[in-house]
Every structure is written in structure tokens, then in C-alpha cells.
Design a protein around this ligand. Structure first.
Ligand code: PLP
Length: 379
């Protein structure tokens, strides 16, 4: 999308001052890449938080078309929304099933990831009462101290495994705390704890790896892997290979240009002064749109392939770019600058903003238009 409008007017049809383009072909390419890298393990898709903000209703069917059969969401409500577009898939709910939610799980054929002995017993009761086959996963805590059965709870379940006979144990899983740091000793320690705890339980398919875990070696693949961010173009291990195919292109509109003398202050707090006579472009994006405030003084955008740095602080609705190095006339009000794309990845933006790709993705706002592309080759 270019909005090279001579008088710089925003067209009334524009819902907002920017556009996020989501490339479903790139998403599927990433899925197939990971699937082939972990084969013969199954590759599931993690689509919690509305597919990391990209829109689960479009993302999940695209993944299913690429062969994905198992999906993970965080909340039962997310599972309900997903079921409407995925009639066949296995849908796991990571936060488990609380008693109040049982009907939601039954009505929408959702499988909980059971996180405590209580939840296991409640699910077993529900399965007996309903007379239905209700597959569920079991989460073991191997050192993250967040969710999952503790070692003591696993021992209690091993001593009295009756609840586990009431429903199919579809998956036994755990989650790695340090998978993005391959040299961390914690990875091997968690894997060993996982094997030790799992051995106390009836045989079931196993899962340990998120995106980063997929690239720690075969020993971490087990039967099913659970990538999220890598499907959406984030590097499993930031700063290292492999790179994934970029899925997003994010463009924002230039609102105004101005020439300022050397020494002029820019933005809130007058926290940055330009060191040369400069041409500045103010664009219609800010931290309210997910352009993180941490990108103050450190972010950059691309205009015709040229990197233009953020000057001063990121405001709620506005960012100021230094476009002095572009030929005069190259930047006019109404044209678009690239905030994310093939030349500027979510990992680049995350690193510049002092955060991680997951945070950049889930933070993307709702004030700009969204478009999905597929079947037209890469842009
Ligand atoms: C979010 C999540 C994942 C996916 O993590 P990524 O780093 O995005 O690949 C996998 N497993 C669990 C339990 C999660 O909560």
C-alpha cells in the first residue's frame, strides 16, 4: 500500500493511519519448515492470545491447511472461538479446566492441559459422569514453577492412577524456561526431570519444545512440538540461525515534515537534540499502536530501503523519524514508511525496543487496518 497522494490527504476510506499485512503463505512456509525439521514428531500450532495478535480466525485455518492437527490456546474462551473455525482439530487449553468452565469444554470439544492433581480428579469425574471420551493433556512442572503438577503430585498420581483410567491421556508435557539460550544448563536439567516424572505415569505421547526448543536438537522433540512465535516469523534463537520467513509487513503514514536547525529538541522531555540541520518526518503510530515506548531513541523505520532512525521519545500516537539522509522530495505527507517487513524483522524491532518478538506481536494495536495475503507469491 502506498498513499502517495499529492496533497497528502488521507482517504476517508482509510480506517486508520497504517496497515498491517499478514502473509499466510509465509506462515504456512514456516509451519512446513518446522514440521520437516522436527519430523517424525508432530508439529502443533500455538495460537493463544488470538494467534499472538495476528487473528486466530485466519491463522489457524491456514495452519490446518498446511497439515497442523493440534492447536494450543491459553483460555477456554479462545478455544471456543477456535472451534468455530476448526471443526476437526484437537484444541488444547493451556490454563486447564476450572470447574466453572466444564460445560464450555464439553460443548466445544476442548481438551484441557491439566495442571494440578485437583484438575486431574475433576476431569476424571467429569468423564465418568458424562460417559464421554474426554482426552486431556497433563502438564508436569520441571523447574519453571508456573503451572503443572509438582513432583509430589506426580508421585501421588503414580500411587493412585485410577483418575487416569477415566479419560485418554493424550499428551504429557512440560515447558522449558531457557530454551532460547541453547547453552543454558537448565535445558538438560528440565529434560532429565521430565523423563524422570513421565516414567512414573502410564505411557503417553510427550511434548517439551516451544519454538526455541525445536532447535535444541532431536532429544527435545519427543512426539509433539509446540511452536508459536517461529510460525509468525520470530527467530527460535534470536541472533542465531535459523531465520524464519517474515510474515508481517507494517506500514505507517507520514503526517508531517519539518526542517529543524542543529540543536533543536525533539519530542517529550526534550530528551534528544539533533546534531545537524535535519529533516524530520512525523508518522502516525505510537505506543498505543504497539510501537513500544522502549523504541524511543533506538528504533528505526525503512523508507525506500533506507534506514531512518527514531528521534526522541515515542509518543502515544506519534513517532518522529530523521529523514535527512533521503533525497528531498522522497518523503511527503501521505506516503508510507515500513516499520516491519523483510528488511526489518520482529526480532530487529524487539531487540531495538529491549523486548522479545512475542511482546512485539501481541502488542500490535487495533487502530490500523489489517489485510491478509495468500496465493500471490511473496512481496
Ligand atoms: C506460549 C507457549 C508455547 C509457544 O512458545 P513460543 O516461544 O512462542 O514458541 C509453547 N508451550 C507453552 C506451554 C506455551 O505457553
Amino acid at each position: 500500500m502506498r498513499r502517495d497522494d499529492p496533497d497528502g490527504a488521507r482517504r476517508p476510506a482509510d480506517p486508520a493511519a497504517g496497515l498491517l499485512t499478514i502473509d499466510l503463505d509465509a506462515l504456512r512456509a514456516n509451519y512446513r519448515r518446522i514440521q520437516s525439521d522436527v519430523a517424525p514428531a508432530e508439529c502443533a500450532g500455538v495460537v493463544k492470545a488470538d494467534a499472538y495478535g495476528l487473528g486466530a480466525a485466519r491463522i489457524a485455518p491456514a495452519l490446518a491447511a498446511a497439515g497442523c492437527r493440534s492447536f494450543f490456546v491459553a483460555l477456554p474462551e479462545e478455544g471456543m472461538t477456535l472451534r468455530a473455525v476448526l471443526p476437526q482439530a484437537r484444541i488444547y487449553v493451556l490454563e486447564g479446566c476450572l470447574r466453572n468452565d466444564q460445560n464450555l469444554f464439553l460443548d466445544h470439544d476442548l481438551s484441557p492441559v491439566l495442571n494440578s492433581l485437583h484438575q486431574v480428579r475433576d476431569w476424571a469425574d467429569l468423564a465418568r459422569r458424562s460417559g464421554r471420551r474426554l482426552p486431556a493433556a497433563l502438564h508436569l512442572d520441571t523447574g519453571m514453577a508456573r503451572l503443572g503438577l509438582s513432583g509430589d503430585e506426580v508421585a501421588a498420581l503414580a500411587a493412585d492412577p485410577a483418575p487416569l483410567r477415566a479419560f485418554p491421556l493424550a499428551l504429557v508435557m512440560s515447558h522449558l524456561a531457557c530454551a532460547d539460550t541453547p547453552e543454558a544448563e537448565m535445558n538438560a536439567a528440565q529434560r532429565a526431570a521430565f523423563l524422570r516424572l513421565k516414567a512414573c505415569l502410564p505411557p503417553a505421547p510427550a511434548s517439551l519444545a516451544n519454538s526455541a526448543g525445536c532447535y535444541l536438537g532431536r532429544a527435545y522433540h519427543f512426539d509433539l512440538v509446540r511452536p508459536g512465535v517461529a510460525l509468525y516469523g520470530g527467530r527460535p534463537h534470536p541472533g542465531r540461525e535459523p531465520a524464519m520467513t517474515p510474515v508481517l509487513r507494517w506500514e505507517a503514514v507520514v503526517l508531517q515534515l519539518r526542517e529543524v536547525p542543529a540543536g533543536a529538541a525533539v519530542g517529550y522531555g526534550a530528551s534528544e537534540r539533533v546534531t545537524r540541520p535535519s529533516r524530520l518526518a512525523t508518522i502516525a503510530v505510537g505506543y498505543a499502536d504497539g510501537y513500544k515506548r522502549g523504541l524511543s531513541h533506538s528504533g528505526a523505520a525503512l523508507i525506500d530501503g533506507v534506514r531512518v532512525p527514531v528521534v526522541g521519545r515515542v509518543s502515544m500516537d506519534l513517532v518522529t523519524l530523521d529523514v535527512t539522509d533521503l533525497p528531498p522530495g522522497a518523503v511527503r505527507p501521505g506516503r508510507c514508511v515500513e516499520l516491519l517487513g523483510a528488511g526489518l524483522t520482529i526480532d530487529d524491532l524487539a531487540a531495538a525496543g529491549g523486548t522479545i518478538a512475542h511482546d512485539v506481536l501481541t502488542g500490535l494495536g487495533r487502530r490500523f487496518a489489517r489485510a491478509y495475503t495468500e496465493g500471490q507469491g511473496r512481496r
